[in-house]
Write a protein that binds this ligand. Structure first.
Ligand SMILES: CC(C)(COP(=O)(O)OP(=O)(O)OC[C@H]1O[C@@H](n2cnc3c(N)ncnc32)[C@H](O)[C@@H]1OP(=O)(O)O)[C@@H](O)C(=O)NCCC(=O)NCCS
Length: 174
């Protein structure tokens, strides 16, 4: 656990950090690491306009993890959907800062915040076959729903991945 990391929603005043946030996201998906996405990712995951949108959009917000020096070291996008549900995605930890508790810190912060806003369910999507990542999300209280979906795009090897949906009931304490 890295004690000096802070976690908060990005606001309009963080627009000067948008490029750093983008760099964290796109480099994390291509990096080696305990939960590497390199085997299915081949290009940039997001563009600058996506990050800028999350900063100003009311329905899609982005959490940032900041080091003691205010360096962006992690991101997590939260989309507020209907039916008391939030979708969490774009969870990334900057290469070199992984396995220090930052990804878990971002998830726990977003879970606590959305719980206190009254949301009942948090949903995530995980590419099939990522066993260690599924186990980690299980430890955070997320479980597979049985829903699967094929996603197509240039950013994937073979232009295709299959994603599995996991959900956490925010009314439960785990
Ligand atoms: C997924 C990701 C955000 C995790 O971030 P992180 O900051 O490394 O995560 P944390 O340090 O909080 O957690 C590391 C966990 O992995 C475990 N771990 C560390 N090394 C491990 C290893 N070699 N094998 C298995 N588990 C390992 C730790 O014990 C810890 O588990 P715990 O929280 O239950 O104790 C990061 O790997 C990443 O950016 N990956 C690329 C982008 C991506 O795929 N995002 C997820 C999309 S669904």
């Amino acid at each position: 656990m890295t004690a000096a990391i802070s976690y908060r929603l990005a606001t309009i005043s963080d627009q000067d950090k948008a490029k750093d946030m983008l760099s964290v996201v796109n480099n994390a998906f291509l990096a080696e690491g305990w939960a590497s996405a390199r085997h299915f990712t081949k290009g940039d995951r997001l563009e600058l306009k996506d990050i800028e949108g999350y900063i100003i959009n009311e329905k899609q917000n982005i959490y940032i993890a900041l080091s003691q020096d205010q360096e962006v070291v992690g991101t997590l996008m939260v989309e507020f959907k209907g039916d008391d549900k939030v979708y969490m995605g774009i969870l990334t930890t900057k290469p070199g800062w992984q396995s220090m508790g930052i990804g878990g810190g971002l998830m726990r912060k977003a879970i606590l915040d959305t719980q206190s806003l009254g949301y009942k369910t948090a949903e995530i999507a995980v590419v099939e076959g990522r066993g260690q990542l599924f186990a980690w999300y299980n430890r955070l209280g997320f479980f597979e729903t049985g829903q699967e979906q094929d996603i197509y795009g240039d950013q994937f090897h073979g232009n295709h991945v299959r994603i599995l949906t996991m959900e956490k009931q925010l009314t439960m304490t785990n």
